[in-house]
Design a protein around this ligand. Sequence first.
Ligand code: F6R
Length: 241
Amino acid sequence: MVIKKVTDYEELSKKGAQFIAAQIIMKPNCVLGLATGGSPVGTYQRLIKAYQDGSISFKDITSVNLDEYKGLDGTHPQSYRYFMNTNLFDHVDIIKENTYLPDGLEPDSEKACTDYEAIIDGVGGIDLQLLGLGHNGHIGFNEPNTVFEKNTHCVELTQSTIDANTRYFNSSDEVPRQAYTMGYRGILSAKKILVLVSGSAKASILAQVVNGPITPEVPASILQLHPDVTIIADAEAAALL
Ligand code: F6R
């Protein structure tokens, strides 16, 4: 693991965008694994600027996102499809048909997950997977568990995740209780992984992820086994490293 400590969220976003832009320049038709949440927003804003000033193009990029709430369709403002459209896709030249998320409207969980596995395989492998880190160590919606779930699956969100995501809804009752998420196979098969971690609330879990035992109780600890992981952490998040 390479850990880059930066001063604050601004610098984290700048470095995150440089990292992804370098990947796009090296391989203009690469497959990007993307994440939602607060951590990558500043990075996406800088990638949009890089597109606008002509430094990069997304026209040959394919993207596969980590997860989607079950039961929300892409026009729901809290769906991850809506997040990706408004925070990145609508502002760059990516071809929307080449952007994939699990189908939140598919009520049959088994079908939704099997279909997404076929999509992950169909894109021919992820070149760079971007991740945020949940307060409980989750990556995607892979919550603390007794096993590392290999494939895309339907998860019951933990209370910690419902609490963390309530800020985006009118109340905690509105937060969906289930989500479809890529499993560890999809994430770990990426050639490169970039993790963005910001804020003091993540300091303790980040220390466990980096220095603790590899256990499904701290899902991101499995990243210790991947040969090419870069973590960009701001000073508050990196305080216990
Ligand atoms: C988002 C995702 C989640 C977030 C994590 C951190 O697609 O899969 O694992 O990356 O919950 O969220 P933020 O960045 O909001 O702290």
